[in-house]
Design a protein around this ligand. Structure first.
Ligand code: PLP
Length: 242
């Protein structure tokens, strides 16, 4: 059982994050509902994840496929959409596609083709295509995941594939970047999206960018999905317990 104080704190955090995302949207002359909030639950167990759903969060992000499967199984009755935001190994593709999932982390053409192939092999021939985003390395930090421009162009030349829909791009600002620098990186992602879209004819309407520390900057630069974890769980460990 989760303590009432924890539930209240979680609901407050959820409300506050929603307000702050909406404010950032309005300041940028955008509508609040142009930005979806993905609650990143990789830090918390099934119970706290369930409490976050009860607070109103219907889009949940996990970095590890295995944890996504386990939570999606445990919470199968909740009407949520899952977001895989971390690396996906090809041998985990098939199982991942059993869940209602948007994959943010396509980082190679090989992986995209594996997703297309597994999607084709699913039992129900009528299942809708799998939605994916392409992960971009915008910080230029070689230790970061994601594709560079050349890899993106090459991959987009292979699209359309019959069983996947490439909806947009995902990226993370470099670690420890200042607010000004992260905003520049997000602007660069948007510009890159515009030119890739034009060259390839693939629409790329989604921009998954912005986390707890930099979502306001990301929203100012056109983010359509912010991935927020730690801010939602602030204060939980030291909430009073009975
Ligand atoms: C963990 C994680 C997040 C959430 O980060 P917070 O700073 O805790 O909000 C977002 N995106 C990715 C890819 C992550 O791995």
């Amino acid at each position: 059982m989760i303590d009432r104080a924890v539930l209240e704190r979680l609901a407050d955090n959820w409300r506050l994050v929603n307000e702050q995302v909406a404010d950032a949207a309005r300041r940028a002359g955008r509508l609040p509902d142009e930005v979806r909030i993905v609650g990143v639950t990789k830090y918390v167990d099934r119970e706290v994840t369930e409490a976050l759903i009860d607070a109103g969060c219907r889009e949940l992000g996990e970095s590890r496929p295995q944890q996504l499967w386990e939570k999606a199984d445990a919470l199968a009755d909740a009407a949520v959409r899952w977001h895989l935001i971390g690396h996906l190994q090809r041998n985990k593709v098939r199982k991942t596609l059993q869940y209602p999932v948007l994959i943010h982390s396509i980082d190679s053409e090989r992986l995209l083709r594996a997703v297309d192939q597994s999607a084709e092999e699913r039992e129900a021939a009528v299942e809708p295509p799998v939605d994916v985003l392409l992960e971009v390395n915008i910080s230029g930090d070689p230790s970061k995941t994601g594709m560079d421009e050349q890899q993106l162009r090459q991959l987009l030349a292979a699209v359309p594939l019959a069983h996947v829909r490439v909806l947009g791009l995902m990226a993370m600002a470099g670690q420890g970047t200042t607010s000004t620098e992260s905003r520049k990186q997000f602007a660069a992602l948007r510009t890159l999206r515009d030119s890739l879209s034009e060259e390839s004819g693939v629409t790329l309407s989604e921009l998954s960018m912005g986390m707890s520390g930099d979502f306001a900057e990301a929203v100012a630069e056109g983010s359509t999905m912010v991935r927020i974890g730690s801010r939602l769980f602030e204060g939980l460990a030291d909430a009073p317990r009975h």
